[in-house]
Ligand binder design. Structure first.
Ligand code: GAL
Length: 682
């Protein structure tokens, strides 16, 4: 099945919007795509108003022609359903399907995503256009996969949503007693005596109920998933052989539980746009890719992934996913677009490929002259093909072609970072003791520490098998039910090591606090009890023994068997434990009661990894050189990415697939460049 999109090569291409251009440009596009070795393009993402200009009146002529042209050019198509942007006629005919914000404002047509995913008329129209596309194109020879919708993530508070939310709550809680208990509604007179009294969490006078907000997030993730699944089923019914996916948008504002969704897609696909420039873009890229690989392990692709052309057969094929969108040349920071330096786009692409992506795709193929995103970067920029960006994209196409064999390898890691969407959502509640809490930032800080120390890591969700990992890290994994606590305990009892950061295991799945001392779910494993929190001001830091600092958070930690590794220096916590270590069986558990500065965090994970017997991927790699390994039985591939502006020498052996030059004991990476070594049999 997945073979339809797999021609043994890595994918190169991106969003292609022929509807924005005259037919003459389509021909030039196909010629340029061939030059850049583009082999997959996403077509039709926002084309609904051009496909169905009036209700029930279709215009497929242009799409027929484009698909044929692409097919003749040997370029495969991820054909999108255009449901992320209903046409103006739809919004006019169905004002009840326009989304309503939490404070009751109904949004209007004029951008994209102006629909409510719970509105029956929207869902019917979305099924309608999906089924019409399926009937026409399900057997088109250019069709490699279906791309449903675009970046599911927008929310709504209209009456349709409210009714659907109540139905979901009845399913989840059974009766109102259970809901009242879960949401602790005796607080502030919120006790419900009729389902009709329960609304979505609208704008209200003061703090909303944490359980209510959390359930709304879960409900909305399920609602969006149902909208996806009904389109997927229609597409599958038309031709079961064609894989179906949707592109994930990342960020903990997104009300989507991506791990849960992964079971419903044939291929996990993510869009990734770093939001910071210096260094941080590379770290964010690595984290996004590690997240995607973690989700892919839950998906169908694992079972269905084909072998690479030269790869060995193996019982357990690598978890494959696809970078569906990235930016050819810009990093959009707050208020400014930073132009990527030469070579940076390729390094970002290779970082994704090293971590399991089946290629590197971009938004967008050609920069449009008009429209809201006219200044977004593209593989073919406004300047045209005679441009640095297009030349780099041609080089990337060549690079990706040389790397086809690496798809046989699995990205290796002995450290697991645990993450679940609901913990991130719960930490955002405004009634938390600090407004600085940000689950995704805690995940990123732990990942950054590991990344900078050179360790590979997998991102897992509670319940995932842990047998291959020596060290499990819980970065503010706030919610813990019995199953999650049992999962962590089992890991330690089996001899695994554990590193826990503050606020992990503090609350149950309804965001109610586990009583008796924090962190209720893990205090026995950690050999301590936290009595009080001391959140820090945004500009405040605490000194730690050993010279480091802590930010955001500090705590009164009482030892119950653990030993201090670092203590607070000065202030009310002077001399008290800040970082602790505890022996449990043959494993060690570590606790961080504050957010250490990056250098301290890095030293701590290095020590925890050393004790756990875990080595960095390439211990001799100099600072600024990222190393990632993919391995298959008998073979491995070492990706070395030089993020510095100087050439770097790295002790290594193997054949550099990018240059064809053997590395015998050492490889020199050009400034900002990369090497991918097929290592000698290991
Ligand atoms: C993505 C989206 C694209 C485009 C891009 C710009 O999130 O899917 O359609 O808007 O962002 O960065």
């Amino acid at each position: 099945m997945v073979g339809m999109w797999d021609d043994g090569r890595l994918c190169h291409g991106g969003d292609y919007n022929p509807e924005q251009w005259p037919a003459a440009t389509w021909r030039e596009d196909v010629a340029l795509m061939r030059r850049a070795r583009v082999n997959l393009v996403t077509v039709g993402v926002f084309a609904w108003s051009r496909l169905e200009p009036a209700p029930g009146r279709y215009d497929f002529g242009w799409l027929d022609e484009v698909l044929d042209l692409l097919h003749d050019g040997g370029i495969r198509v991820a054909l999108a359903t255009p449901t992320a942007s209903p046409p103006p006629w739809f919004s006019l005919a169905h004002p009840d399907a326009l989304p309503v914000t939490a404070d009751g404002v109904r949004l209007h047509h004029g951008s994209r995503d102006t629909y409510c995913a719970a509105a029956p008329s929207y869902r019917a129209a979305a099924r309608g256009i999906a089924a019409t596309l399926a009937a026409r194109y399900a057997h088109h020879p250019a069709l490699a996969m279906w791309h449903v919708h675009n970046e599911y993530g927008t929310t709504c508070h209209c009456p349709h949503t409210e009714a659907a939310f109540r139905r979901w709550l009845v399913d989840r809680h059974g009766d109102l007693d259970a809901l009242n208990a879960a949401w602790a509604t005796s607080f502030w007179s919120q006790h419900y005596t009729d389902w009709a009294y329960v609304s979505t969490p609208r704008a209200t006078q003061y703090l909303g109920n944490p359980g209510h907000l959390l359930d709304f997030r879960r409900f909305w993730s399920d609602t969006l998933l149902a909208a996806y699944v009904e389109q997927r089923d229609l597409l599958k019914a038309a031709n079961p052989a064609v894989p179906v996916t949707t592109n994930y948008v990342l960020g903990d504002w997104v009300p989507v539980d991506h791990a849960r969704w992964a079971r419903e897609v044939d291929l996990v696909a993510i869009d990734h746009y770093p939001s910071v420039v210096d260094g941080g873009a590379e770290e964010q890229t690595a984290l996004a890719a590690d997240l995607a690989r973690g989700w892919a392990r839950h998906g169908h692709t694992r079972a269905a992934t084909p072998r690479g052309p030269a790869g060995p057969t193996r019982a357990d094929p690598p978890a494959t996913w696809l970078l569906m969108e990235s930016a050819a040349s810009q990093i959009h920071t707050t208020g400014r677009a930073h132009t990527k330096e030469p070579g940076r786009m390729a390094r970002h692409s290779l970082s994704h490929v090293a971590r399991g992506s089946r290629g590197a795709m971009f938004f967008q193929w050609r920069a449009p002259a008009g429209g809201a995103e006219r200044f977004h970067s593209a593989l073919v920029p406004h300047t045209g093909a005679d441009s640095r960006v297009f030349r780099e994209s041609v080089r990337l196409g060549e690079t990706l072609d040389r790397l086809a064999e690496i798809t046989a390898g699995e990205t290796t890691a002995s450290v697991a970072l645990a993450w679940d969407a609901a913990s991130g959502w719960a930490l955002r509640h405004p009634g938390m003791p600090s407004a600085l809490l940000d689950g995704h930032a805690e995940l990123a800080a732990a990942h950054r520490a590991l990344w900078r120390a050179g360790y590979g890591c997998d991102v897992v969700v509670p319940g995932d098998p842990l047998d291959r990992y020596r060290l499990l890290v819980l970065p503010a994994l706030y919610l813990a039910d019995d199953a999650t606590a049992g999962w962590v305990h089992d890991h330690v009892e089996a001899g695994g090591h554990l590193l826990v950061s503050y606020l992990s295991g503090v609350a149950d799945p309804h965001a109610r606090v586990h009583l008796g001392g924090y962190p209720g779910a893990y205090r026995d494993l950690l050999g301590l009890r936290v009595e009080e929190f001391h959140p820090l001001a945004a500009d405040e830091q605490v000194l730690l023994s050993g010279g480091g600092t802590g930010r955001i958070w500090s705590e009164t930690v009482h030892l119950r068997g653990a030993e201090p590794v670092g203590t607070y220096v000065g202030g009310v916590l002077d001399g008290r434990p800040a970082v602790t270590r505890h022996r449990v069986g043959t494993g060690t558990t570590w606790y961080l009661s504050t957010r250490p500065d990056d250098g301290t965090y890095r030293r701590l994970v290095t020590e925890a990894a050393r004790v756990a017997g875990v080595d960095p991927v390439c211990p001799a790699a100099p600072p600024g050189v990222e190393a990632v390994r993919r391995a298959a039985p008998g073979t491995s591939w070492l990706f070395l990415l030089n993020h510095t502006d100087r050439p770097q020498r790295v002790p290594a052996d193997g054949l550099d697939l990018l240059t064809g030059v053997p590395a015998d004991g050492e490889v020199t990476l050009p400034a900002g460049g990369a090497a991918v070594l097929r290592e000698h049999p290991r």
